[in-house]
Design a protein around this ligand. Structure first.
Ligand SMILES: O=C(O)C/C=C\CC(=O)C(=O)O
Length: 287
């Protein structure tokens, strides 16, 4: 299934994508939770009910709705740095040491943004950068998950742009502030449930800026794979339904070029992951 969060006539709801249309799930199933994290927490039986919903006259056209981040209310949005070899090497050229273990940082959930919404160029920096990433959405409350069990706690996958403000990122070893400006977490366009992604470690991922290809990889090139990431994180913390993990960006980020190629106002960043669709965001000046 492809599940969306959307806004229509001033109301927010959950939808299921069928072909070119979106079934307004909260209209068809009034008892259904209105947020993705709550829907995932409701469990397999409720999701099976959603699976059975058929398209009818109530279905909306994409032109009628605004897509929101598929998960609008995660408890956590965590991202791993330097998780593709060629990217770790380009970062090392900028003086960022190659990590000896998984390097995780927070993107504050307040940075989440819709798949086609504008991304702001901060007033305080012009070092704005893009990072194409495969996103994982957790489907079950879990702790101490083994590598072998990790696939069973995944609800699905989506496309992420881990937008980064490089000077603010490097002001502190946690990266957090430079990764967390408002609007700097576009995700989407929908959550593709795990049953429709037979091998998340074999997906082509690409990023274009104004039509120019900047990043291209296969997700099989990750240093730490998704199952290792979930096992590592869940050693430390309970993961909750709706939590989002960004699984690393490949080589080709703007700060990796010589001279550096940061984003400018009016640039358009498009990121596509095979089987998951694409997100596309224009850079605008911060209001
Ligand atoms: O300065 C660089 O070259 C890149 C630094 C950090 C990489 C990063 O943010 C990541 O998410 O990976």
């Amino acid at each position: 299934m492809k599940l969306v969060s959307y806004e229509y006539a001033g109301q927010r709801g959950l939808g299921k994508v069928v072909g070119e249309r979106v079934i307004p799930l909260n209209q068809v199933l009034p008892e259904l939770p209105r947020s993705m994290a709550a829907l995932l927490a409701a469990g397999a039986e409720v999701l099976a009910q959603v699976e059975r919903v058929q398209v009818d006259d109530e279905a909306l056209e994409f032109t009628q709705i605004r897509l929101l981040p598929p998960v609008t209310d995660p408890q956590k949005y965590l991202a791993i740095g330097m998780n593709y070899k060629a990217h770790a090497e380009e970062a090392a050229r900028n003086g960022v040491p190659i990590p000896k273990s998984q390097l995780w940082f927070n993107k504050q959930v307040s940075c989440l943004n819709g798949p086609f919404d504008p991304v702001e160029m901060p007033k305080v920096s012009d070092k704005l950068d893009y990072e194409a990433e495969l996103g994982v959405v957790i489907g079950k409350r879990c702790r101490h998950v083994s590598v072998a069990e990790a696939a069973s706690v995944v609800a699905g996958y989506l496309v992420c742009n881990d937008v980064s403000v490089r000077d603010w990122q490097m002001r502190s070893p946690t990266f957090t502030l430079g990764k967390s400006f408002d609007t700097h977490g576009p995700i989407g366009p929908w959550l593709v449930t795990a049953d429709e992604v037979p091998d998340p470690h074999n997906l082509m991922m690409r990023c274009w800026v104004n039509g120019e290809l900047r990043q291209e990889t296969n997700t099989g090139d990750m240093i730490y794979n998704i199952w290792e990431q979930i096992a590592y994180l869940s050693t430390v913390m309970t993961l909750e339904p709706g939590d989002i993990l960004a699984t690393g960006t490949p080589a080709g980020v703007g700060v990796g070029f010589d001279p550096k190629r940061f984003l400018a106002v009016d640039d358009v960043v498009r990121i596509e992951v095979e089987g998951l669709g694409y997100i596309e965001n224009r850079v605008v000046a911060e209001k």
